[in-house]
Design a binder for this molecule. Structure first.
Ligand code: F6R
Length: 250
């Protein structure tokens, strides 16, 4: 655990963050055309996905051999539901690229048996092998994927009860907070850490406090992202706002 490399890149603004993030992913795909990319949803990666689509359209960045695994999906939402992460990925990325549908993987939110949904996803992750580059956002409570703060780090794909803070934060995507699903399937911490390289993105001043806790605070399941301090190769890409509380001690 002593060869950890954590590189922190500060972008001037979100636009630059998106360009830098897309370039990191594009380099991965160019260097290894059959890369396995771990992907996230939420607001933070939207600009990165837009830039990747541009790179595909203008520079023919080739996704034909790429495989993707998403971190999470709400329980009970069908892929055609605009709030589902299946739908999000189609709209923001997959339908614009030459990626093969069968090479894109997201937990099955419609699987009513949580054990089966999780077992199926764990099996899939195992059969694919290591993710080459895992993209992560960070929740205001320090969650990565939907690994919420808790008593311990949960290793593999599991069904979570979303915390009130996550439900409130994600309500902006729904007509009403009462419509936000209370449960989700998420890849576990061990599966996330299994990636060869991790790209953690954070934008906005509202992420500054939690980013500081995650990167410079104690490693604790109360701040799930703090476990990234143990990963061998993490790139943290943040804008000025998210970086602001790190400055004193870096
Ligand atoms: C979503 C995911 C979440 C988000 C996090 C930050 O797939 O993995 O952990 O990355 O909730 O969300 P935003 O980017 O909307 O602030």
């Amino acid at each position: 655990m002593c060869n950890n490399i954590m590189q922190i890149i500060k972008a001037d603004n979100y636009r630059q963050l998106a360009i830098l993030g897309a370039n990191i992913i594009a380099d991965q795909v160019k260097n290894k055309p059959n890369s396995i990319l771990g992907l996230a949803t939420g607001s933070s990666p939207v600009g990165i996905y837009e830039k990747l689509v541009e790179l595909y359209q203008k520079e023919h960045l080739d996704f034909s051999q790429v495989q993707t695994v998403n971190l999470d999906e709400y329980c009970s939402l069908s892929p055609s539901n605009p709030q589902s992460y299946h739908y999000f990925m189609e709209q923001h990325l997959f339908r614009h690229l030459n990626i093969q549908k069968e090479n894109t993987h997201i937990p099955n939110g419609l699987e009513a048996d949580p054990q089966k949904a999780c077992d199926d996803y764990n099996q899939l992750l195992e059969s694919l092998g290591s993710v080459d580059l895992q993209l992560l956002g960070i929740g205001h409570n320090g969650h990565i994927g939907f690994n919420e703060p808790g008593e311990e780090f949960t290793n593999q794909t599991h069904c979570v009860d979303l915390s009130p803070i996550t439900i409130a934060a994600n309500a902006r995507f729904f007509e009403d907070e009462s419509l936000v699903p209370r449960k989700a399937y998420t890849m576990g911490i061990k599966s996330i850490l299994h990636a060869e390289k991790i790209l953690l993105i954070a934008a906005g001043e509202d992420k500054a406090e939690i980013l500081k806790k995650a990167l410079q605070g104690p490693i604790t399941p109360q701040v799930p992202a703090s476990i990234l301090q143990l990963h061998k190769q993490v790139i943290v890409l943040c804008d000025q706002g998210a970086y602001s509380k790190l400055e004193e001690s870096l």
